[in-house]
Design a protein around this ligand. Structure first.
Ligand SMILES: *[C@@H]1O[C@H](CO)[C@@H](O)[C@H](O)[C@H]1NC(C)=O
Ligand SMILES: *[C@@H]1O[C@H](CO)[C@@H](O)[C@H](O)[C@H]1NC(C)=O
Length: 404
């Protein structure tokens, strides 16, 4: 090292240099943030896992071969039949109100009373699941039921509340059973029974249980839709609009508006026909993959993703993926996601970002375009009194249902 360099590296000089350099850097960083928004997301994935689980695409299990398809499933119609409504926008709808406006292009279906009452088991089935050991079923959970009865066609649909223990003695549920005997039912999950005739029949994989209800919840939804057909809706949701126009499609939903590379899909809201070969293929993936890791989405997001890649490789038109805002408009950027359902309105009103927050205003309008609001558990948090959820959703449900 020559003399001048050694001089420059003397501790006092370095310190003097840092004393100026650090504040200058901080200053430029702050000014920079005023003009540029940094996008940083760091996730790490085990390379050999990615190779094994994502990049390898094993063949389909043969569920789409005409001889394997159930007679109750019209393959031609499901895969190639005509449709009224488009649910794929082509690219992700990240900006401004785009996703909401797109949801608004889905026209409601005309409702008419059926000539004679339709028995419960011949209706379009909606399924949801409550784990009795996680929390008691109380008024906070009841809002999901109210949202169903207030927004869906109670002449043509039935909501089945599945659980892992008997709920029949719950007074709240008894009230709704008495009011909607054909549009509401309680059932206890029997894995072995539901899995009959599928590749999972008799499998040790059926004995799963994890604390956060992730893996067993993921399994229940696939099994009940397989056995009964219909819609799955997570209990921690509030329906805002009739789902009927979407039901010509089989679908899951987009995880969030960012399209995470390995986590693009979510099953909080999904629809498949009874004995759908898509679900049959999902069971095949489950049986042929490593067992699910506890507390992961191995039988949720990852499963749907693996399934879609296999479908594409097998030449089968894949199921649809509803844009994030249709059911989970909280999963986008600060400037265009729905306001926090559990925060009270700030006084300055800025948080609605031009939504306008009263009935007939922008936020109300948006809620009329999307189909459901996903609350992401948070069962312990109450809805703030006079907050937007209470004003624009809960109050409407009560009005629609009368003082029941
Ligand atoms: C990475 O994934 C592979 C395959 O799933 C697994 O065998 C291995 O233990 C994982 N490695 C680490 C460091 O987690
Ligand atoms: C299946 O769907 C197609 C197209 O929608 C229809 O033309 C055909 O009649 C249906 N077949 C049966 C057996 O229902």
């Amino acid at each position: 090292m020559d003399y001048t360099v050694r001089q420059l590296l003397r501790p006092q000089r370095v310190l003097a240099f840092l004393k100026i350099a650090v504040p200058v850097l901080v200053f430029f960083a702050i000014v920079g943030l005023l003009y540029w928004e940094p996008h940083v997301e760091i996730a790490v994935y085990n390379r050999s896992w990615v190779k094994q689980e994502i990049l390898t695409v094993p063949p389909l299990g043969g569920c789409f071969s005409p001889s394997a398809v159930s007679p109750s499933y019209n393959l031609t119609d499901a895969l190639y039949g005509p449709r009224r409504t488009e649910v794929h926008a082509g690219t992700t709808l990240q900006f401004g109100m785009d996703c909401y406006e797109f949801a608004g292009t889905v026209q409601p279906l005309h409702r008419s009373s059926p000539p004679r009452p339709i028995p419960g088991d011949q209706r379009i089935q909606y399924h949801t699941y409550w784990r009795t050991d996680l929390a008691p079923f109380g008024p906070r959970q009841e809002w999901m039921l109210k949202s169903f009865f207030a927004t869906q066609d109670t002449d043509r649909t039935r909501l089945i509340l599945w659980s892992n223990g008997d709920l029949a003695h719950n007074p709240i549920l008894q009230k709704w059973l008495a009011r909607y005997p054909d549009a509401f039912a309680l059932k206890v999950v029997d894995y072995a029974h539901l899995a009959r005739g599928t590749e999972l029949e008799g499998s040790p994989l059926l004995q799963v249980n994890d604390k956060r209800a992730w893996i067993d919840g993921d399994l229940v939804r696939l099994l009940v839709i397989w056995a009964y057909g219909g819609v799955w809706i997570d209990m921690d949701s509030l329906l805002t609009r009739d789902l009927a126009p979407l039901l010509e499609h089989e679908f899951v939903t987009q995880w969030d508006c960012y399209d995470k590379k390995y986590v693009p899909m979510n099953g909080a809201l999904m629809h498949f026909r009874k004995h759908s070969p898509y679900l049959c293929e999902a069971f095949h993936v489950m049986v042929t993959s490593d067992p699910p890791r506890k507390g992961t989405t191995d039988w949720g997001a990852l499963l749907y993703f693996k399934l879609r890649r296999r479908l594409l490789a097998g030449g089968i038109p894949p199921f649809k993926v509803l844009p994030f805002c249709f059911s989970d408009a909280r999963s986008c950027r600060l400037d265009n996601r729905l306001p926090d359902p559990f925060a009270s309105d700030p006084r300055d009103g800025r948080w609605t970002m031009g939504y306008g927050r009263e009935e007939g205003g922008g936020l109300d309008n948006v809620l009329g375009k999307v189909f459901s609001v996903h609350l992401h558990n948070q069962w312990k948090k109450p809805f703030p009194p006079r907050g937007w959820v209470e004003r624009l959703l809960l109050r409407k449900y009560d009005q629609e249902l009368g003082s029941a």
